[in-house]
Design a protein around this ligand. Structure first.
Ligand code: ZN
Length: 181
């Protein structure tokens, strides 16, 4: 749950970061940035800001914004019917991103949200800078975190069905509740 005020502030900050990264967006797009707290009610620690540029029955193109030290919780994209699940490429536009995928434990520069060791189990660390990108296969667990300056990324994928994404943290609800104060 986030308040309307938090939603508006996060949208404004995300739009500024996107524009500062050199990505042109309209005011209408800026006003439509989705602020996601994953139902955890501490947006600044775990959350993501999402601007959807393209969403069709086959592909999805989004701009993702992480604020400084904000983590997108560990998740994977499950099969849906005949579809093996979402394949996703994340490309960094600005900032430094610590990306975690299956493999050897090389955890070094990022941090685990306090008390959430069981919810962030992938510890193979990839340090990503502007121009770096990573492609995630369907079903591959991943989570990522922005370093101190925050980060702007593109996400190119086959159709996104965000509501069906699976998370390691059982406390997560993908739909963010907004409350008016
Ligand atoms: Zn993902």
């Amino acid at each position: 749950m986030i308040t309307r005020r938090q939603q508006n502030a996060a949208r404004k900050k995300a739009a500024e970061m996107i524009r500062a990264a050199g990505v042109r967006i309209t005011d209408t797009e800026a006003a439509g940035i989705e602020v996601v707290d994953f139902g955890l009610s501490h947006l600044e620690k775990e959350g993501v800001q999402v601007l959807t540029l393209v969403q069709t029955e086959r592909i999805s193109i989004k701009v993702l914004v992480l604020f400084a030290d904000q983590s997108e919780p560990e998740h994977w994209h499950p099969p849906v019917g005949e579809d093996p699940g979402k394949e996703e490429t994340v490309r960094v536009v600005s900032g430094t991103v610590y990306f975690y995928i299956p493999g050897e434990n090389t955890f070094n520069r990022g941090f685990i949200v306090a008390g959430k060791e069981d919810c962030y189990t992938m510890r193979n660390e990839i340090v990503m800078k502007p121009g770096d990108q990573i492609t995630l296969q369907p079903g591959e667990k991943h989570w990522f975190q922005a370093h101190s300056e925050g980060a702007v990324m593109y996400s190119f994928s086959t159709i996104a069905r965000d509501a069906l994404d699976q998370f390691t943290d059982p406390g997560i609800e993908r739909i963010t509740k907004i409350v008016d104060e």
